[in-house]
Design a protein around this ligand. Structure first.
Ligand SMILES: Cc1cc2nc3c(=O)[nH]c(=O)nc-3n(C[C@H](O)[C@H](O)[C@H](O)COP(=O)(O)O)c2cc1C
Length: 205
């Protein structure tokens, strides 16, 4: 099976209503002390039927989508190269809330990746160099030695963003908000796109 070519230019920007609804839920989750409220489980595929998931952190949200950062040569990075689509789920257990996204995923610009990388603490910047994310590692010591190596390499100067580390933006074609309710009669509200506009649909729980 070939990966589906998606023209992200055909996808509408997120509406302010969707962004507000998402931010409202995120703020509510933060307010009750939800651990890692920006964590989302991201699913990617190799385009041949293998689907994989992992947690990443949301670092930006704008009308063009949800941004996370990672090593572009990681397993997810390689999958996104052959099959540039993803799905992501935020779970805010404390407030019984879930948000699900589906859509194409594209690389952020180098300028956007540089801007975010420069805000990371130095240790994490070094970590981005030291980690050959998703590759086999023979021992913990090897990883720690690599971190020391890069600390020396960048001693006394700014740590530049590695070319293999960047961001991806998931541009949703659909966004579903789930709110837990009594007796499992939960609320599901799905935003999708039809005839050039965002439309909403309730779904059975
Ligand atoms: C709470 C949490 C947040 C994480 N955030 C990120 C992230 O923002 N970027 C990232 O590359 N990995 C992050 N990870 C690690 C990933 O879950 C995963 O192990 C790694 O990206 C390799 O995934 P892959 O082999 O599927 O590419 C996070 C893990 C946890 C538990």
């Amino acid at each position: 099976m070939k990966s589906k070519a998606v023209e992200s230019a055909d996808i509408l920007p997120l509406s302010q209503e969707i962004i507000d609804r998402f931010n409202h839920a995120m703020h509510a989750a933060r307010a009750v002390g939800e651990p890692e409220p920006t964590a989302m489980v991201l699913a990617t595929s190799d385009g041949e039927g293998l689907v994989t998931t992992r947690t990443v952190l949301l670092k930006a949200l704008d009308p063009d989508g949800f941004v996370f950062f990672t090593n572009t040569t990681s397993r997810k990075g390689q999958q996104l190269q052959v099959c540039p689509r993803g799905a992501a789920t935020f779970l805010w257990k404390t407030i019984e809330n879930q948000v699900q996204l589906e859509g194409p995923v594209s690389r952020v610009s180098d300028a956007e990746a540089d801007a975010y990388f420069s805000t990371r603490d130095r240790g994490s910047q070094i970590g981005a160099w030291a980690s050959l994310q998703s590759q086999k590692l023979d021992s913990r010591e090897t990883l720690e030695c690599r971190a020391v190596e890069f600390e020396h390499k960048f001693e006394g100067r700014e740590v530049l963003r590695p070319a293999h580390w960047s961001g991806f933006r998931l541009q949703p074609e659909s966004v579903e908000f789930w709110q837990g309710r009594k007796f499992r009669l939960h609320d599901r509200l799905k935003y999708s796109q039809a005839n050039g506009q965002w439309v909403t649909q309730l779904l059975y729980p």
